[in-house]
Ligand binder design. Structure first.
Ligand SMILES: [Zn+2]
Length: 188
């Protein structure tokens, strides 16, 4: 039951540790910042706990969390998409899908009202590759954060299973039914 604070603390350790390692390994400052940005994004914006409609990272989206309702409904909490790399990629693609859809809708709408907005990318191939490498850095950072999240979830759920149960089953059952919603909130 690490909760949002537990995950944030663990990912802060990952951020400091990764930055220190990259600095020692003589990575460029923009590269280090890009990886750090990935860790922060995966902690606060695209966390694996986006599979819960009632979670801190979800609350951070405000009214925009409506876009995450299908994801939260379709993906079972702590299921396959909690796995790093796979889940990371799916959440990024999910967000890209919505952004792409909005861009297409806005283009259509702008054309209808007679507004000319140029969306085409004017840079050359070298610029594109250069920027793409930063995106790879950000994605690597996100994978680091998601791995930390996954490991922490596994460790804490193992500890929970291993904990001796001295309470009577009836008491536990009653408590579970009355606090089910609250537990879901905490267990992310
Ligand atoms: Zn989780």
């Amino acid at each position: 039951m690490p909760g949002f604070i537990g995950h944030t603390a663990a990912n802060t350790v990952a951020l400091v540790g990764t930055s220190a390692y990259m600095w020692y390994d003589r990575w460029s400052i923009p590269d280090i910042l890009a990886v750090d940005a990935g860790i922060l994004i995966a902690t606060f914006i695209l966390s694996p706990d986006m599979d819960l409609f009632k979670s801190e990272p979800m609350a951070g989206w405000g009214v925009l969390r409506i876009f995450w309702l299908p994801y939260a409904k379709l993906v079972r909490h702590r299921d396959r998409l909690h796995i790093p790399v796979l889940g990371t990629a799916v959440r990024w693609l999910y967000l890209s899908f919505w952004i792409g859809l909005l861009v297409i809708l806005f283009r259509f709408w702008f054309r209808r009202i007679g507004l000319q907005v140029e969306f085409d990318f004017q840079g050359d191939t070298d610029d594109m590759i250069y920027n793409l490498l930063f995106l790879v850095d950000v994605f690597v950072g996100a994978i680091i954060a998601d791995t930390m999240h996954y490991v922490l979830d596994i460790i804490t759920s193992k500890l929970k299973i291993g904990r001796p149960r001295r309470e009577r089953w009836s008491t536990i059952r009653n408590r579970e039914s009355s606090f089910a919603g609250e537990e879901e909130w905490k267990e992310n």
